[in-house]
Design a protein around this ligand. Structure first.
Ligand code: SF4
Length: 251
């Protein structure tokens, strides 16, 4: 589909979907798109809330996660508990083995600490390329973005056109606060990563995630050794619809 068509579809869907409750937003996107819709869950608390909505409402949206090979052990535990609780399968997308072998040979197993370029190369091999495979052929992509997570994300909308990937993207809890997410998962006894209770807010790969201090922004716990304005990893797009590859993202 051409970029103008996708933009028009996204704008129309956004106007219809924005007034709805989050589960109804997911159902509305499902009804609007005939093709495959995929939710790439990070297994973090926002995404667990969305998985709960998809599973309990029995919405035909595929569940997948990117197993970078560097996740916390707790992530695998919440993955297992989620599949058991809801009777669903969360499909894993692994990095290409040869690509990771070449990466580690080139820059070392923890080479991502040495430079922004090295970190981007690691995110590219372990996250961006597997994500591209996960999204291949999909018409819709669900993400757990919230508007108040960072300045950049505040510029997005519920429904956007990802022109680089040729699909429609929905962030069904875009207008939720962190407190609302925490309250929702508690009320529904949704399985969550226990690291959230230890100050880990946005949880990604283990070596690139730390707990944050009171008053620090949520994203401060990711790639903290880099500067604040260089922190998205290519998994999401900017307001202009283009991939944000210059910075590195949430997965
Ligand atoms: S978050 Fe860290 S370990 Fe994970 S892919 Fe990116 S650089 Fe590599």
């Amino acid at each position: 589909m051409s970029a103008p068509d996708l933009d028009a579809i996204a704008a129309s869907l956004n106007a219809r979907i924005a007034p709805l409750e989050a589960p109804a937003r997911l159902a509305a996107l499902r009804a609007a798109l005939p093709g495959r819709i995929i939710f790439t869950t990070s297994l973090g608390i926002e995404d667990q809330a969305i998985t709960h909505m998809i599973a309990t409402e029995k919405i035909d949206i595929a569940l997948a996660t990117l197993d970078t090979g560097r996740l916390f052990p707790e992530a695998y535990d919440v993955w297992t508990r989620t599949e058991e609780r809801y009777g669903v399968a969360i499909a894993p997308y692994f990095p290409d083995g040869a690509a990771v072998e070449a990466l580690v040979a080139r820059q070392g197993v923890n080479g991502f600490y040495n430079s922004i370029e090295a970190r981007k190369a690691c995110c590219e091999a372990r996250k961006v390329e597997p994500l591209a495979r996960a999204l291949d052929g999909a018409e819709g992509w669900i993400a757990g973005l919230r508007a108040d997570q960072s300045d950049h994300r505040g510029a997005l909308a519920f429904v956007t056109a990802d022109n680089a990937r040729g699909l429609i993207k929905l962030s069904p809890i875009f207008d939720w606060t962190r407190e609302r997410v925490v309250d929702y998962v508690a009320r529904h006894a949704i399985p969550v990563n226990p690291l959230h209770d230890k100050g880990f807010v946005s949880i990604g790969c283990a070596p690139c995630t730390r707990a944050i201090l009171p008053g620090e922004p949520e994203r401060a716990g990711r790639w903290w050794w880099e500067q604040e304005d260089k922190k998205e990893c290519g998994l999401h797009v900017g307001p202009d619809g283009r991939l944000v590859r210059a910075n590195a993202g949430n997965a």
